[in-house]
Design a protein around this ligand. Sequence first.
Ligand SMILES: NC(=O)c1ccc[n+]([C@@H]2O[C@H](COP(=O)([O-])OP(=O)(O)OC[C@H]3O[C@@H](n4cnc5c(N)ncnc54)[C@H](OP(=O)(O)O)[C@@H]3O)[C@@H](O)[C@H]2O)c1
Length: 230
Amino acid sequence: MSHIPPFRGAIITGASRGLGAAFARALAADGTRVLLVGRHKPALDIVVEQIRAAGGEAHAFAADIADKHQTHALAAAAEAQVGPVDLLIHNASTLGPLPLRPLVELSCEDLAAVLETNLIGPFRLTKVIAGSMALRGRGTVLHISSDAAVNAYPGWGAYGVSKAAQDHLARSFAADFGETNVRFLSVDPGEMDTRMHDDAMPGLSDADRAALGRPDEVARRILASLREAS
Ligand SMILES: NC(=O)c1ccc[n+]([C@@H]2O[C@H](COP(=O)([O-])OP(=O)(O)OC[C@H]3O[C@@H](n4cnc5c(N)ncnc54)[C@H](OP(=O)(O)O)[C@@H]3O)[C@@H](O)[C@H]2O)c1
């Protein structure tokens, strides 16, 4: 019997590196057609080529998730290249200005920019993708969250506020979509050895870095729990 992937078509934002690239590799290895989204096409193309070399189907779409004018083009590219999307992973994220600093040292524009990428962008994309999931009676929208959504850490305010709001966005969409069989989930991946972690906490010792999660392992674990939950 031929293998039927749990997800046929997936959009993964922030898929040029780190956890997003790991999701794309793991899904494609399982037979899912994946659309990788990020702002820099050359970086996306490297991951796409890796996936294709391993026998998977992947496509790159360069877009800034914070730019509302790119949302519909992204959805159209997904429909054309990976077919009906039954998994949308909101993984792209920004920390805001670096180094991290107290909220009082941020401008309103700094906070708004973090919310545009981490909250409003995912909101817009869900709006254009989840309706057709509901019509087909099948779909998963996964938000990548953080423990900063529930714990307040000095300097992490803008990011933490955006992640807390994103968690509630997922709960609110779930309430609105009711019995449509579209799932909205938030998952905290834990600390991982990625550029974002390095940006937030530069200069870790080798021992501290070695204790961080590996994105490929984290992605496989999250996808396995999604399959179990379904
Ligand atoms: N690393 C950790 O320890 C950790 C812990 C808890 C939660 N998380 C969460 O895990 C997720 C993945 O993080 P990561 O550590 O893998 O980050 P990362 O290595 O910095 O990768 C971030 C990805 O997002 C893309 N991106 C950033 N801004 C974007 C935008 N405006 N539009 C489109 N793409 C954008 C980046 O590509 P471009 O720059 O080319 O656009 C890149 O592909 C995030 O949601 C993060 O909050 C991470």
